[in-house]
Design a protein around this ligand. Structure first.
Ligand SMILES: Cc1cc2nc3c(=O)[nH]c(=O)nc-3n(C[C@H](O)[C@H](O)[C@H](O)COP(=O)(O)OP(=O)(O)OC[C@H]3O[C@@H](n4cnc5c(N)ncnc54)[C@H](O)[C@@H]3O)c2cc1C
Length: 344
């Protein structure tokens, strides 16, 4: 086990900000997880596992513990029959490479999750989703190390409490499980309509009428690349805010003032609705906004993405975030919630 000391955390967040980690090590196997946790316990410091830092904002104060970078690799496709495939992947695998391999094999179920940055092991944490699919739709189980019992266990998908951008790993069992691998149920068949609106529009525009996992993946990549910055080139964490869900009363009240306000009913009888955070941010005056005070900006084609142009600290980012939250709150009485996790 190679333990590095006093490591700059800005290299471990695609926002490129944050203090230092006291200790850091990469883990590639179950044995290395046990060794690293034992070392952390012996040195009386907390262990914390991450993937590739695309959903993390590090505090300027840094992390006084042992940071574990998951590098556990595996890609196993078990075909139960001609239709049903069970794909087990290591937590450290690059997520988009997993999607690409499964799509090339003709499998359907995660093709719309193409180009989401990060590792496979992080996908169940916030139940990643895009273009009408989310990992919970195909998740069968997770293999994890339980820091409470210091044993490995298998957690079935039904015990993950997955919801919109959330799961038990983000809430009740935050900091408890180190995810080693996950198994997904994919189908050897072509996807079919109805597709998520942006995809359906793309297909109509390009007269695409034959659908394969590859066709959907190509469309998603084209749409995402036109709207979102590449974190390898522009420091960002993707969507910085979740789309808020508002109650029926507030919806009626806001519709009276903003007749063109977009929203989607949440799909139950409550009358509650999800409002696009991007629209709220734009209306609050932050479209293509470059803030000289903090060095932060909103991405021109997607104001939901905050980009670090020349911020010098996480404090700058949080100050900019607060300006947006306050403006949206004042105008719409809606409190935006941050999506990337502020760590530690
Ligand atoms: C440009 C851009 C676009 C994005 N688009 C989307 C999108 O469309 N949909 C979406 O849902 N998300 C999106 N994201 C967010 C991000 O890509 C996902 O949340 C991704 O799953 C994070 O993976 P990661 O490996 O970088 O996780 P990290 O940022 O390293 O970690 C995120 C959280 O998961 C925990 N974690 C990570 N790995 C493990 C593990 N093996 N065991 C235990 N805990 C772990 C960490 O402690 C942390 O709490 C986007 C981000 C960017 C930068």
């Amino acid at each position: 086990m190679n333990i590095l000391q006093d490591v700059d955390l800005s290299q471990y967040s695609t926002m490129r900000l944050g203090g230092h980690a006291r200790y850091l090590t990469e883990v590639t196997s179950r044995r290395e997880i046990e060794e690293a946790v034992a070392w952390a316990v012996e040195h009386e410091m907390p262990p914390l596992m991450i993937g590739s830092g695309s959903n993390i904002v590090w505090r300027d104060e840094g992390f006084e513990g042992l940071l574990l970078i998951n590098k556990m690799m595996k890609y196993e496709d078990f075909a139960e029959d001609e239709l049903n495939h069970y794909l087990t992947v290591g937590a450290g695998e690059n997520w988009d490479s997993v999607v690409e391999r499964s799509v090339v094999a003709g499998l359907s179920g995660i093709e719309a999750l193409s180009l989401i940055p990060g590792t496979a092991g992080a996908t169940p944490i916030q139940n990643v989703g895009a273009y009408g699919q989310e990992i919970a739709d195909v998740l069968v189980s997770i293999e994890a190390y339980d820091l409470h019992t210091r044993t490995f266990l298998t957690i079935p998908a039904s015990d993950c409490a997955s919801g919109y951008r959330t799961s038990r790993f983000k809430t009740t069992d935050h900091d408890r499980f180190l995810i080693c691998s996950l198994t997904m149920h994919l189908l050897l068949q072509n996807p079919g309509p109805p597709f998520y609106r942006a995809l359906a529009e793309h297909f109509a525009e390009h007269s695409i009428t034959t659908f394969t996992p590859q066709v959907v993946r190509d469309a998603v990549i084209q749409i995402r690349s036109s709207k979102l910055p590449d974190p390898a080139k522009v420091a960002n964490n993707g969507s910085f805010f979740a789309n808020p869900i508002i109650d029926a009363g507030l919806l009626t009240q806001l519709q009276a003032d903003y007749i063109d306000m977009p929203y989607w009913p949440v799909g139950d009888d409550s009358g509650n609705a999800k409002v696009p955070a991007a629209w709220l941010i734009e209306q609050a005056g932050f479209k293509d906004f470059h803030d000289p005070e903090t060095g932060m900006a909103t991405w021109p084609s997607q104001p939901l993405v905050l980009v670090n142009e020349h911020a010098s600290s996480t404090a700058d980012l949080l100050k900019f975030k607060q300006k947006i939250v306050d403006a949206v709150q004042t105008k719409f009485q809606i409190t935006l919630q941050q999506e990337p996790e502020l760590l530690p």
